[in-house]
Structure formats: structure tokens, C-alpha cells
Design a protein around this ligand. Structure first.
Ligand code: DX5
Ligand code: ZN
Length: 216
């Protein structure tokens, strides 16, 4: 079963973003995670096209972009033109989810859908077969450094069951509050990709943390 760590640059030092990305490039990270926030869907504003474009130019890992914005379908084409590999939108922000998923896939970009902690997994039953990724939020979206929500383990299991039932090829990603204390159990629950910002970028040796997260 594929297991990756996808460090979130939201927790990086933006005054030296290039060298922060280098740390990820020179690590066992599978992807690099970009958290785009609009201050409307979530009560925080992070960054947009210029930063994602710069990360795409500098990163040697696949770029995993997480849109925490309203009306994501308005921006799918532009994000997909930046050389990204995975684009994830929130189910809660998408009026026509199935159409938005295919809009992403038409660019040859992998399509992900994210569920906030209050959203039942069953909302994905009609689109699951078309997804490349399901992002199970283990915190309420909008901020790094939050505490992990324990119901995530059960929800990962529910997503896994729905993937099997629909014969989907989707990978399971978990995002928020992930540390060396919960990573192994998340992988055992069926998660394929763990997104982590604070644990990696606030450490003195991000590469070592990533390696430990993959091997504990
Ligand atoms: C939160 C973001 C997460 C967050 C992860 O809305 O989607 O990716 O940046 O950061 P930590 O690992 O600090 O919870
Ligand atoms: Zn994220």
C-alpha cells in the first residue's frame, strides 16, 4: 500500500521559502502540499497563484494543492496551468462537484475532494468512482498547528470501505495535526498520504522527521 508524507508549506518560513522547499526536495517526502485559503471558505488567508507557481518551479516533488476557497471551479483551469500534479477542492464549497472533478481531470491533473470533519463520508458515494484522492481533514480547515481530531481514524475506515464498494482507485490523504504519535495508526487505518506542516517545518531536521514518520 503506497505511503507518502506531503509536507504543508503553510508552516514553512516564507522569508526563505526557496530553502524550505529544498529541505523537502532533499527528503523522502512523496509530495509537497500547498494550502490555498481565501478568507471566505475559511477564516484565514494564505497565498495564491504566484506562490503556487513559484513552488511548482522549485519543487522536485509532485505538487499537491489544497483549495480552501469558495467557488473553486472558477479557478481550476488557472491552477491546473501552473504545473501542479494534484488539485483538491472541498465538497462543502462545490455546487457541482462531479463537474468540477472532471474539469480538473481534463487537464491531466489528479482530482481530489476534501471533507471537513463535520461532513459525512457518504456525500462522496456518487463521485467516489471518479476520484483520484479523498482528503479527510483531521482538523477544521484554515490553520496549521491545530490538534488532531480523533474521529479521523474511523472516518478513514469509512472512506476505505466506500472506495472498495465503488471500486474507486482513490488514495486516502489525511491533513492536520499529524505528528509522530498518530502517523503510524493513520497509515494502519488505511491512509496513504499524510499532510503535515508544523511537525516537519518547526523541527530542526525536517528530513529526519519525514523519514521517521514513514518508518515508525
Ligand atoms: C489546514 C491545512 C493543513 C495544515 C497542516 O487547513 O489544510 O494542511 O496546514 O498543518 P499542521 O500539520 O500544522 O496541522
Ligand atoms: Zn491542507
Amino acid at each position: 500500500m503506497s505511503r507518502y508524507v506531503s509536507p504543508s508549506i503553510l508552516a514553512a518560513d516564507f522569508s526563505v521559502l526557496g530553502s524550505e522547499i529544498e529541505k523537502v526536495n532533499n527528503s523522502l517526502a512523496g509530495w509537497i502540499h500547498c494550502d490555498v485559503m481565501d478568507g471566505v471558505f475559511v477564516p484565514n488567508i494564505s497565498f495564491g497563484f504566484p506562490i503556487v507557481e513559484a513552488v511548482a518551479r522549485h519543487a522536485s516533488k509532485p505538487l499537491d494543492v489544497h483549495l480552501m476557497i469558495v467557488e473553486p471551479s472558477k479557478y481550476i483551469d488557472r491552477f491546473c496551468s501552473l504545473g501542479i500534479d494534484i488539485l483538491t477542492i472541498h465538497q462543502e464549497a462545490s455546487k457541482y462537484l462531479q463537474r468540477a472533478v472532471f474539469q480538473i481531470k481534463e487537464h491531466g491533473v489528479k482530482a481530489g475532494v476534501s471533507l471537513s470533519p463535520h461532513t459525512p463520508v457518504s456525500v462522496l458515494s456518487e463521485v467516489m468512482a471518479d476520484l483520484d484522492l479523498v482528503l479527510v481533514m483531521s482538523v477544521n480547515p484554515g490553520f496549521g498547528g491545530q490538534s488532531f481530531i480523533e474521529s479521523t481514524y474511523r472516518r478513514v475506515g469509512e472512506v476505505r470501505e466506500l472506495i472498495l464498494k465503488t471500486r474507486s482507485k482513490a488514495l486516502i490523504q489525511v491533513d492536520g495535526g499529524i505528528t509522530l504519535d498518530n502517523a503510524a495508526r493513520l497509515f494502519e487505518s488505511g491512509a496513504n498520504i499524510l499532510v503535515t506542516g508544523t511537525t516537519v517545518f518547526k523541527s530542526t531536521d525536517p528530513a529526519a522527521i519525514i523519514e521517521r514518520m514513514l518508518t515508525i
